[in-house]
Design a protein around this ligand. Sequence first.
Ligand code: AMP
Ligand code: FE
Ligand code: FE
Ligand code: ZN
Length: 287
Amino acid sequence: MNAFRADLHCHSIYSDGTDTPLELIQKAVAIGLQGLSITDHDTLSAYPEALEAAKAEGLFLLPGIEFSSMEEKDSVHILAYSFSSTHALLTQFCSAHHQRRKERNLAILDLLAAKGMPISEKEMVHSIPCDPKQILTRTIGRPHIAMAMIKKGYVASVTEAFHSFIGDNKPCFVPGKYFSVDETIETIHRVNGFAILAHPHLLSSASLMRRLMEKPFDGLEGYYAKMPKTKEQRWIDQGRKKNWIITGGSDYHGSVKPHIPLGVSWVDATTFQILWERYLENNESMR
Ligand code: AMP
Ligand code: FE
Ligand code: FE
Ligand code: ZN
C-alpha cells in the first residue's frame, strides 16, 4: 500500500484546465493519489459530476476552489477548502465573479483588436474545447484568451501571449474588478471553510507578503507545483510560526501548462484529515 498522498490544487475544463472532472479523477487514481481537490478559478461547477466520479473510483474528493482577489492593486489567489459544494452563499459569490470577469475579458479583447489581433467572444469561449453543457457555467479567463491567440496565429505559446500582451501590466492587460482579500476570507469563513493563501512564492513583493501574513488566513500553500524545496521551506516555516495549515498541490492545468503533471506536489494523511473532518462536519449540517 502506497503512503497517502492528496493533490489539493488542480483545474478542470470548468476553468482554465483541459481535463474534465472525470479525467482528473481517473488520472489521480492511476498515479496512486488517494485524495484530490479540484480548485477551479471562481467556480464550483465541477463538483456535481466530480463527486459522483470520485465515489465510483474510491477517491477522497475534498471540495475546493481558487478565488481571485485583490489587495489594493495586487492580485492575490486564495484557495478555500472543506465547505459544502452546494452552499448558496458560495454559488452567489461565484456568479458575481463571473459577471465581473465577463466585463474584463471583453475589455481585454478590445485592446487586442486595437492592436490588430481581433478575437470574437465565441472564439475566446471555445478556445479550450468542452462539452456544450459545460460551457455556460465555466469560468473564462486570460488562459482562454491566450489559447485563442495561438489558434488565430497571433502568438506561438501561452507563455508568449502572457509575456508580450496579456500578462500583468503588459500592453493588453486589464486588471479587472475583484473582491478584496478581506471580503474573500470573510466569505470563506461564513461557510465554515478554510482560507488558504495560494502559492505565496509567486507574490509580487515582500511588503505585500508581510501585509498578507497579518490577515486571518487559516493556512498557506507551502508545497507548490515544481517549486524547489529551498524556496518552499521559507514559506512553510513562516506558516508554521503562525500555526497555520500547510497545504500543497500541483496547480495542474492539463495542456495549458504541459510541463506541470498532476500529483507533483501533495499533502500527507495528517494534513488531509484536518481538512476532511471539517468537510464532513459542514456536509452533515447541510442535510
Ligand atoms: P485570470 O484569472 O483571467 O487573471 O488569469 C490568471 C491565470 O492565468 C492564472 O491562474 C494562470 O493559470 C494563468 N497565468 C497567469 N500568468 C501566466 C503566465 N505568465 N503564463 C502562463 N499562464 C499564466
Ligand atoms: Fe489558472
Ligand atoms: Fe493561482
Ligand atoms: Zn491554480
